[in-house]
Design a protein around this ligand. Structure first.
Ligand code: 6R9
Length: 673
């Protein structure tokens, strides 16, 4: 986004679809019961968190357990921040033992649902804090017996079963650094991550269930380990009982590892800045980056963002011998992503609210899997991704109408910009117009929510992730680092340190400095483009790399995609630039249609004209191609660089190992514009 001025002209000279006038203030009833009750309260607290970060964060950190209090809240030497310096704590202790110390040992910590079994019913396991401490301690002792020590990197490659949570918490308990690899990745991804992290141990399962089929996790690990000889130990949890080969001396069954292990394992005292985990995130080019997060700051920030963004309330005695029901929280992400790390486990458990994890897929055995889960567990706070919401829209509301989902109170979204169209659908059909929507913008690197509404305080607008969280000093700037004017597009930056910021890229200081700290002096650059409106609300325009410059105008992919999706026949859309003889860059659109609608040339023309009408002629796609599906990464993000190759008629370059469905590439190449 070097031409921020272009963006200004673009947005002021055309009727933007993001010129949203729909505003949704929180209801009085909701606000009254919320932690943060008004925008005035938010503003006062936000101001204080920026003006006096040390006192602000010390008060929050004080709500959690520390073996030793810190000497200094923040030591900031750009670009390195140290939080709670001199303090020691343990995040596993704060996830589990702190609740037991408070007399809540019998409360539910984790609710787990398996993929439905042959009889159509899922297996449900509920683990109390006592259960969790017992299982985590046994496995932690097992790891110690296998030689794992504080500071060692432990690779975890598991399906979405409670043992995944147990394994990560066991690492945290003994101070080992986990590196979790999403269970959908292949052997080469495992090899790359194991080697980069110099990890000598892998924890896996024989297999995992997805859509009635077994994902051969152990086979993938075996294949990866033929490509590297670093790994000395593999622990295998028996989940699917599929045939696997156990290598003598190297491979150990989980149940054997824990069979003689003690149920007592003290939580290691960790210095606040000790490494907690590495999580790999793919850059658009080059090999994945091992994002490093440390203990104290990450713990405090994920605890607070969970509490306020989802307005979490624990079950409490009502004073008459009964209990006032608290929240049941469900984030549909896989723990293998940052969303799962921060908002299934680490931020959630310290809030004393049951966190639900599920195995399987949203459309198996039927397309109502989610609504069935919400109804049976009376889920109150629900967190999912735009890609899922757009799929639900495509499948139709009859799947939702089969269930009573009136327990829901707050709806969250993360991962991509959410089109206003999808936002409104979420609001109406899932939220029954009564649930605040929290559109949370953040990244693997930021550890926790950065821009987000607070459900009892913020007036929301479809498509905007609204305002910065406490302690976040966000701004939109031009390439010189000057703040741009209202509604002008620019580079999204963060100007002050926050507790859960990344501490580096594992083993690559240069890349860390270059990627995040070299673009705008003194600021963290996120890689996203954004604009800020007259109400102080932020609008994410997409990745800076994806911005299209047409005839000197900067166009956010997000705006054109939202215009496409606002046509009634369109279910999902992705937009990229391609070399154009006259304009320099043209706009190519890839569109999936709502179920049952026929792909005709007439419809193509209609959809293109619709964009011209909504956004102005400059945004009208030059090419439009129908496709049964869009190429997405396994975390649900549209892979635009692949579409750029296809639109330009080039051979596909770059890594596509993270692509969810590789057959899409062929289908895309076959269809014509
Ligand atoms: C949490 C997560 C980070 C990138 C980020 C941005 C996009 C995430 C978003 C969003 C618009 C939102 N992104 N949330 N864009 N609105 N609410 O997704 O982390 O996998 O590292 O991706 O995702 O482009 O820079 P990660």
């Amino acid at each position: 986004m070097t031409q921020a001025k272009g963006a200004a002209e673009t947005s002021s000279t055309m009727e933007s679809i993001l010129d949203e006038h729909r505003h949704f203030p929180p209801s009085k009833v909701f606000s009254n019961g919320a932690h943060i009750k008004s925008i005035e309260q938010y503003e006062a607290m936000h101001k204080r968190s920026i003006d006096e970060p040390e006192t602000f964060w010390a008060e929050i950190a004080d709500q959690l357990h520390w073996f030793k209090k810190w000497d200094q809240v923040l030591d900031w030497r750009l670009p390195d921040a140290k939080w709670f310096v001199g303090g020691s704590t343990n995040i596993c202790y704060n996830c589990i033992d702190r609740q037991i110390d408070a007399g809540l040992g019998n409360h539910t910590a984790i609710i787990w649902e398996s993929e439905p079994l042959e009889n159509g019913q899922p297996e449900v396991r509920k683990l109390t804090y006592y259960d969790l401490r017992r299982e985590v301690s046994r496995f932690a002792n097992g790891l110690k017996k296998l030689g794992v020590q504080k500071g060692d990197v432990v690779t975890i490659y598991m399906p979405m079963i409670p043992e995944l949570a147990i394994a990560m918490l066991a690492c945290a308990r003994i101070g080992a650094v986990h590196s979790i690899i999403f269970g959908g990745f292949s052997a080469s991804a495992i090899r790359d991550r194991v080697e980069d992290g110099k990890s000598k141990i892998v924890i896996t399962a024989d297999g995992g269930w997805r859509r009635g089929k077994i994902v051969p996790l152990k086979d993938n690990v075996d294949e990866a380990l033929t490509l590297t000889d670093l790994v000395e130990t593999v622990v295998v949890y028996e989940r699917c009982k599929n045939n696997i080969v156990m290598a003598d001396g190297r491979d150990h069954w989980w149940h054997e590892v824990i069979s003689t292990a003690s149920e007592h394992c003290p939580a290691e005292e960790m210095a606040s800045e000790d490494l907690l985990f590495i999580l790999y995130t793919s850059g658009s080019t080059g090999k994945p980056k091992g994002i490093m997060h440390t203990t104290g700051g990450y713990m405090v920030y994920t605890y607070l963002t969970s509490r306020y963004t989802f307005d979490l309330h624990e079950t409490k005695p009502d004073g008459n011998g009964g209990a006032e029901n608290g929240d049941v929280y469900w984030c549909t992400a896989d723990i293998g992503w940052i969303t799962g790390h921060s908002y299934i486990i680490y931020g959630l458990l310290p809030n004393r609210v049951p966190t639900l994890m599920y195995e399987g897929a949203p459309d198996f055995p039927e397309k109502d899997r989610f609504w069935d889960i919400i109804e049976r567990h009376q889920v109150t706070k629900f967190y999912t991704a735009p890609t899922a919401i757009r799929a639900f829209m495509k499948w139709g509301r009859e799947w939702i109408d089969k269930h009573d989902i009136s327990s829901l109170k707050v709806l969250g979204t993360v991962g991509e910009p959410i089109n206003p169209e999808a936002w409104m659908w979420y609001h109406k059909v899932i939220g029954n117009e009564k649930c605040p929507i929290v559109d949370t913008w953040w990244q693997t690197e930021t550890g926790g929510h950065m821009l987000t509404p607070l459900p009892g305080a913020t007036t929301t607008t479809p498509g905007s992730c609204t305002r910065p969280f406490f302690g976040i000093d966000a701004a939109v700037v031009n390439s010189e680092g000057e703040e741009v004017s209202t509604n002008e597009g620019g580079i999204l930056v963060v100007r002050k340190p926050w507790p859960s910021m990344l501490r580096g890229i594992y083993g690559n200081r240069e890349r860390f400095l270059e990627t995040y700290w070299s673009k705008i002096e003194g600021c963290y650059t996120a890689g996203d483009g954004a604009r800020k409106d007259e109400n102080g609300n932020f609008w994410i325009m997409g990745r800076i790399d994806d911005v299209i410059v047409v005839a000197g105008h900067n166009l956010g992919t997000m705006e054109v995609e939202s215009a496409l999706v606002s046509h009634e026949a369109v279910a999902e859309a992705a937009v990229v630039g391609f070399p154009h003889d006259i304009k320099g860059t043209g706009i190519a659109a890839f569109v999936t249609l709502v179920g049952g609608i026929e792909e005709t040339d007439e419809l193509k023309a209609q959809v293109r004209n619709h964009v011209a009408k909504e956004l102005g002629p400059i945004s009208k796609p030059d090419k439009l191609r129908f496709t049964p599906a869009l190429p997405k990464t396994r975390s649900g993000k549209i892979m635009r660089r692949l579409l750029r190759d296809i639109a330009a008629g080039r051979e596909i370059t770059g890594d596509i190992t993270t692509l969810e469905d590789k057959s899409i590439v062929e289908k895309l190449q076959q269809n014509s514009d």
